[in-house]
Every structure is written in structure tokens, then in C-alpha cells.
Design a protein around this ligand. Structure first.
Ligand SMILES: Cc1cc2nc3c(=O)[nH]c(=O)nc-3n(C[C@H](O)[C@H](O)[C@H](O)COP(=O)(O)O)c2cc1C
Length: 415
């Protein structure tokens, strides 16, 4: 029986272990996690979601405080159109997060940054351009475009000196989304270097409808995309993602032509992962019925999470003066509308509960939205119970090597 280590992901002359640790914002896939995966010869992702916040935490900068102070006057106003990101500061924060990570890189692997288009930041085009350019300036090995169709993203950086040398890829959940992306970018004469095909069992936001996600299946989508690429004589590495839980799951894709696999949930219970220890234990302890796919993300995409997530139902005041990453180009966010509706319906109430939407910026920042892949409930089978009843937190190296070397769907427990 073959193992993941019998395969290699090839980028030109470069060979990598075909394991990609997916981006997990906000700082769940930390620099430490990405660095460890790169050291072991795979591809690790950091995320640029809420990068000023992440920079404040990592480097004791004061980007969030500064912005909150500047727009304090607007806190009680439901019109957030005034609240703009300073593009210079955004570039600075990206430089710090990406640059310091790249300086620390060791080993033969690579580090990519996950860039979500849905972080519209009250000026979608301008802010995305700064995020992408600054990451390239700071030496990132590659950029994975996610959470959106990204029809104009390549054009935003087409004049960057690293546009053709950095690895650029996109996450899609359907052949149609890929076709649209390729058609819109045909005139740039630059194909993506890889395409991550994310199925319905993934963590984070899903590229499917809330009512029909369960009708889809990763293998069918990967096969359909592979057949189409072949017919079009397009040679683009495909990287399936979503529900690949064992090395043998990964091998089943590699054997049928996938270039690598992207995985995430198994790394959420490693010591390098940014989730607080008590949240890691919630992931370990979860059972299948705890996992829900709901519509509380203001992005409009369904999201998978544990039903116990404190983010569900929390009716906090929108915090866009400090954050504001989901404000559309006119200063609106679906959470603001939902919050205002509840406040109006409960005059005089000290606290309201908002069930249909959540203030995702605040709750992702404080690790209160426990997003996870469908198989989160199998994490308990990947570790052992300690005398105090908690599960032993793993190392990223242990999980990586288990994917790389295990066979017959076995999962190695920590030594
Ligand atoms: C905690 C968590 C956070 C995630 N955050 C993001 C994100 O910010 N951007 C993104 O494109 N994908 C995100 N994902 C999706 C992963 O990158 C990955 O593609 C997917 O979860 C792989 O499936 P698996 O978790 O079943 O291995 C997240 C996944 C998890 C588990």
C-alpha cells in the first residue's frame, strides 16, 4: 500500500512533500504552524485576515488601537462609511507579518498566504491590491486566493515584479468557478500555478449553498475539473481539500492524479495552532451532532462550526471602528443590520441576542467562532486522554508525519 511520501508535488524543478496545511484565519494557522510545515518539506499557509490585529499580537504594534481612536466618534453611528483602513498602515502590517515569517523560514518547503476576497474592508479593490502587493514585496513564496471569485485579483498585481515568479493559486468549489476565473484572466497570459478544489466537508466558509452543500462530493468535483483541464490541454496541479483525514485518504487522491492535498482540521489540535488550549479541547471532545453549517457569517457564505461556539447568538455592538473587515464598499455589513433590528425590537434592553448573523471580526479575533471541518469529531481518535481527562495536544510534526507516512487508514497516536 502506498503512502503520501511515495509522491511529490512538483513546481518546476522544486519537489515538495504533497501536503499543504490550509490557511486558517484569524491567526489559527499561525506563522509557527506554517513554518513547521515548511520545515518538514510541505507547504504551510499563514493568513492575512485581520492582519493589523495579528501584527499587534505578534509584534506589539498598535494598529487596531490607532484606528479605533481615529473613528471613536462614529461608534454609535450605524453608517460606517467613514471608517476606512489606512492603506499605508495595512501595507506595514502585512510586511511585518509576512516578512518576519519568511525570515524565519527553514527547510525545503514553502510558505503561502491565504487572501480572502470577502474581506472587503470598506474599499474592496484598494485594500486587496495593497494586501497582495505587500505580501509579494515581503517575499512570500505564494498566494492562495480564497473566499470569492477573484475575477480581478491577478490584474491587481499584474504589474508587480514578482507576478510571474511567485506561486499564485486559487481555491474553487466548482468547475464553473474555475472556468470563470480562467476566462476573466485569459488576457494576462498567466495561468494559476495550482488550483485547490475545496469540497463541502471543509472548515471555514463553504463555496456551496446552505441548503445543498451536502449534495456535493469532493471526488466528483475534482474528477470533473481534471477531465475538463485535460480536454483543454491545461496542465495545472490540482489540490483537493475538505475531509481528507488520513494519509490513506490523501493517497487515494494522489493515486488518481492530484498533485497534493490540502488539510487543516487535524492541525487545529497541535501546539503550534493559534487556538487557545481550552478551544482545542472543545475540538477534541466534539461529537458529530455538535457540527453545524449555518448562515451566521455576514459574508453570505455558509460556514461550518461547532454549535457551542460563543459567536452564535452573541448580540455585541458592531466593532467596525476597531475592525471593519467585512464592511462592503459602502460601509455596510449584514451583522450591523441584524443587530440594529434586534435593538429596535427590544427597546431599553441592556443586552440583545442576534441569532441570524454574527460579528465575525470580533469573534474570529477572540477565537469564539469555532469553525472546523466536518470530521472534527474524529480528532479524539488522533490523541490520547491524559490523567486529568483532557486530550494530549499534538505537535504539528506528529500530524504532518502521520499524513506523510501512515498507511491503511491508520492514525499514529503520540509517543
Ligand atoms: C479552523 C479553520 C479555519 C479556516 N479558515 C480558513 C480561512 O481563513 N480561509 C480559507 O480559505 N480557508 C479556511 N479554512 C479551510 C482550510 O484552509 C482547508 O481548506 C479545509 O479546512 C480543509 O479541510 P479539512 O479541515 O477537512 O482538512 C479553515 C479551516 C479550519 C478548520
Amino acid at each position: 500500500m502506498r503512502r503520501v511520501d511515495d509522491f511529490r508535488l512538483r513546481f518546476g524543478k522544486r519537489e515538495l512533500v504533497p501536503i499543504v496545511c490550509g490557511g486558517m484565519g484569524v491567526d489559527i494557522s499561525t506563522a509557527g504552524l506554517a513554518l513547521e510545515v515548511a520545515r518538514l518539506g510541505g507547504i504551510g499557509h499563514i493568513s492575512d485576515a485581520m492582519v493589523p490585529t495579528v501584527s499587534d499580537r505578534r509584534f506589539r504594534t498598535h494598529f487596531v488601537k490607532e484606528k479605533a481612536k481615529l473613528y471613536k466618534y462614529n461608534a454609535a453611528n450605524s453608517d460606517k462609511s467613514d471608517v476606512q483602513f489606512d492603506l499605508g498602515r495595512l501595507a506595514e502590517a502585512t510586511h511585518l507579518h509576512v516578512g518576519r515569517t519568511m525570515e524565519a523560514k527553514r527547510g525545503d518547503g514553502m510558505i503561502f498566504v491565504n487572501c480572502m476576497e470577502k474581506l472587503t474592508m470598506n474599499a474592496p479593490r484598494e485594500t486587496l491590491r495593497v494586501r497582495l502587493s505587500a505580501a509579494l514585496d515581503a517575499g512570500i513564496d505564494g498566494i492562495t486566493l480564497s473566499a470569492g471569485l477573484h475575477l480581478g485579483s491577478f490584474a491587481q498585481i499584474a504589474d508587480h515584479p514578482r507576478f510571474r515568479d511567485a506561486k499564485l493559486g486559487i481555491i474553487v468549489s466548482s468547475l464553473r468557478a474555475l472556468q470563470l476565473f480562467l476566462r476573466k484572466n485569459a488576457k494576462l497570459d498567466r495561468l494559476p500555478d495550482y488550483v485547490i478544489v475545496e469540497g463541502p466537508l471543509a472548515g471555514g466558509h463553504l463555496g456551496f449553498g446552505l441548503d445543498d452543500w451536502s449534495k456535493y462530493d469532493l471526488r466528483t468535483i475534482v474528477d470533473e475539473i481534471a477531465r475538463w483541464l485535460k480536454a483543454e490541454m491545461l496542465d495545472i496541479p490540482l489540490i483537493p481539500a475538505g475531509g481528507i483525514f488520513t494519509g490513506s485518504d490523501a493517497v487515494s487522491y494522489l493515486e488518481t492524479g492530484a498533485a497534493a492535498v490540502q488539510v487543516a482540521t487535524r492541525f487545529t489540535v497541535t501546539k503550534e495552532c493559534g487556538l487557545p488550549d481550552d478551544v482545542k479541547q472543545e475540538y477534541f471532545k466534539s461529537v458529530e451532532s455538535d457540527v453545524v453549517v449555518n448562515a451566521i457569517s455576514p459574508t453570505g457564505y455558509p460556514m461550518r462550526m461547532l454549535a457551542k461556539s460563543p459567536a452564535i447568538g452573541a448580540g455585541i455592538r458592531p466593532n467596525c471602528e476597531a475592525y471593519g473587515y467585512l464592511l462592503d464598499g459602502t460601509g455596510n455589513c449584514a451583522y450591523i443590520e441584524a443587530y440594529n433590528r434586534e435593538v429596535a425590537a427590544h427597546p431599553g434592553a441592556k443586552k440583545v441576542s442576534v441569532m441570524d448573523k454574527t460579528c465575525l471580526c470580533t469573534h474570529m479575533r477572540s477565537f469564539d467562532c469555532w469553525t472546523c471541518g466536518h470530521y472534527v469529531y474524529r480528532l479524539k481518535d488522533t490523541s490520547r486522554v491524559l490523567p486529568d481527562g483532557s486530550y494530549e495536544v499534538l505537535t504539528a510534526e506528529h500530524v504532518f508525519r502521520d499524513y506523510q507516512f501512515s498507511a491503511e487508514h491508520a492514525i499514529a497516536l503520540p509517543a
